[in-house]
Unconditional design. Structure first.
Length: 377
């Protein structure tokens, strides 16, 4: 069985003000060791359950995986290579933040097989980075990027954010320009979301921070699409842009609604028709594994109806859309037969387009994608 494998490392140097990911700041070396031991136990259980499990791609996300020491990263990759078959050349991505990487750590990552680096740089404005609570400066981005290229990374993604408090259109343009000047192979652009329970959301609730105007965010997104297209980046997914052939293999697996193995606290997975989420609290995650149990907190058997809806709204995130023959092979019914009325309505509204082979979002649909997706639920 060949699957995408996701491994969650829930540690960060500090919490960003907008973050609602499963990540913890200020954990000691001992606490990280204990977590890694639990992660190894979880990996061993899955390797036993599915002997010969082969990775189609491997993604180390977080948190900030590069918060781990070189030794910890080296040991983790040794275990992953021992337990799972990771054929040479598959995409192996590590998420990293500028300011958490040295030349030595980057070389180590290359030695253990990492061939793609995803850098959370977010902005080139020192002020915006400070507002976001990021630990790095724009200069750290340049230093880290240079070190990554020197270490041999030929596939680098940069994460950028727009719709930030106080962010102006000229400032966003400058961030885009500076990002592209670095010649990354891939760019991910995310609009800031105010997630419940984050310091940002609380400030907005108290009236101390103004929520970003959605129309202005649309303008920023629209400009970015045109700007990146003019520089050779293909807009292949709602938030993602890549040079030809550099689309994120691992993430494409999610959008194609493929099954994948998720390991680590708070990680999600999709195996044998069941979606699951692991315990997010470190103690609960570790205790279950110490007792020899999988650390699953919630699981849901995906029935045929839900699976079809997921194929549609995940697949429509890809700008090329959902391939009709793939839908039919997977679900035993054509898209037209299953979603005749929904398709007609969305096409009438100019949000979907249909070709002989695909159903895809229109340009207008890309801007209101969530509304389109809701129609399939
Ligand atoms: S680096 Fe990422 S995971 Fe860590 S706190 Fe910031 S946004 Fe959250």
């Amino acid at each position: 069985m060949a699957l995408g494998i996701y491994v969650h490392i829930p540690f960060c140097q500090a919490r960003c003000h907008y973050c609602d990911f499963v990540s913890f700041a200020g954990k000691s070396g001992q606490e990280k060791e204990a977590y890694l031991q639990a992660l190894v136990k979880e990996s061993e259980i899955y390797a036993r359950l599915w002997a010969g499990l082969t990775g189609k791609s491997l993604y180390l996300g977080g948190g900030t995986p590069t918060c781990l020491t070189e030794e910890q990263l080296g040991q983790l990759f040794t275990v992953l290579h021992d337990l799972f078959q990771l054929p040479a050349g598959i995409e192996i991505t590590v998420e990293a933040n500028p300011g958490t990487l040295s030349g030595e750590k980057l070389s180590l990552l290359r030695e253990v097989g990492c061939n793609r680096l995803s850098l959370g740089i977010q902005s080139f404005s020192a002020h915006e980075l400070q507002v976001l609570g990021r630990i790095h400066s724009p200069q750290d981005v340049y230093n880290t990027y240079k070190l990554a290229r020197q270490a041999g990374f030929e596939n680098i993604n940069l994460d950028l954010m727009y719709g930030l408090p106080g962010q102006s259109l000229p400032s966003w343009r400058e961030t885009l320009h500076k990002a592209v000047e670095l010649d990354p192979e891939h760019l991910s652009l995310y609009q800031l979301n105010l997630e419940k329970g984050t310091p940002f959301a609380e400030l907005v609730q108290k009236g101390l921070l103004e929520e970003f105007n959605q129309d202005e965010a649309f303008v920023m997104y629209a400009e970015a699409i045109d700007f990146l297209a003019a520089r050779g980046y293909q807009h292949y997914e709602i938030s993602n842009f890549a040079l030809p052939g550099k689309e994120a293999v691992h993430n494409c697996g999610y959008w194609l609604n493929e099954e994948y193995l998720g390991l680590g606290a708070g990680a999600a997975g999709y195996l044998q028709g069941v979606r699951y989420i692991n315990e997010a609290k470190l103690e609960a995650y570790q205790t279950l594994l110490t007792q020899g149990h999988l650390p699953v907190a919630e699981q849901e058997m995906i029935n045929k109806e839900v699976a079809m809806a997921e194929t549609m709204f995940l697949g429509l995130r890809l700008l090329r859309g959902v391939k009709k023959t793939e839908f039919q092979e997977k679900h035993g019914i054509t898209i037209e037969n299953r979603y005749q009325e929904v398709l007609a309505k969305l096409k009438r509204q100019g949000l979907l387009r249909e070709t002989r082979s695909h159903v895809a979002l229109t340009k207008k649909g890309v801007f209101v994608a969530n509304e389109v997706f809701r129609e399939f639920l």
